[in-house]
Design a binder for this molecule. Sequence first.
Ligand code: NDP
Length: 283
Amino acid sequence: MAATIINGKELAQELRLGMKDEVKQLKEQGVTPQLTVVLIGDNPASKSYVNGKRKASDEVGILSNIIELPTSITEEKLLQLISELNNDQDVHGILVQLPLPEHIKEQHIIEAIDPSKDVDGFHPINIGRMMTGQDTLLPCTPYGIITMLQSKNIQIAGKHAVVIGRSNIVGKPVGQLLLNENATVTYCHSKTPDLKSYTRNADILIVAMGIPNVINEDYLKDDAIVIDVGINRVNGSLTGDVDFESAKNKAAYITPVPKGVGPMTIAMLLKNTIKAAKGLSDN
Ligand code: NDP
């Protein structure tokens, strides 16, 4: 039987409808959630991500402010800007679009953002809170993945989840969130020998490698739940890390690319911005 497709685009749309109401209520209380995105340089992929974030913000009524800076900006100047945004009571969420130019240390920038405005959920304080199971601003892609699983009432507790990839923004945190939900978690990465021996035992398989179409049905256990995080541009079109046509024959649930995890990442960014705005309004 062919897998059930978890459509992230539709789910994100549904979530945005609910968020629209939340934003309306906040505005009635005198708080307009505001997201400031800092975009450095001319990277076309970054520009397109930032545009997507602006469009989605507009849709739910979040005020978005995009600050475009030249690649030549110094780390010092960028840190100064972040400090100003940290102190600006009208700014609830700050996002510095990655990747950064080589002369700027990513970690310096991430750690400079006030954790209560860190809507990307990358600050070590937010990561630490996530690891200790506290309520916090969660990294958007992992948060979106958990939300997708929950939207289909997929039981996570007791399942064996295998995560391929261990980046700080996807692999590591998604494994942690699955662990928080009581899955048994195995991490695989480029030094893992015999990848299939792990993936074939996965009830839930999260694929975040950045290699197009590499995971086919041969890697899957029968009725696996397959979440494809990969975004690869091949001959001008977007494709995931999973060979969708092959994998859908064996999986019980699968996410497509596009219309999968990508739109959920943006939806969770909006959710975090609203959460940050609520936090401030409570003060
Ligand atoms: P990274 O390049 O930072 O990480 C890739 C991971 O895959 C690494 O941990 C690497 O291992 C592992 N890997 C690479 N090759 C293999 C292999 N042959 N076998 C097993 N593991 C391997 O990427 P990101 O985590 O940032 O992103 C992963 C993918 O997800 C990309 O396609 C990216 O574009 C996409 N993405 C999608 C988002 C969305 O919203 N849908 C958001 C963010 C990313 P090692 O650590 O050993 O090098």
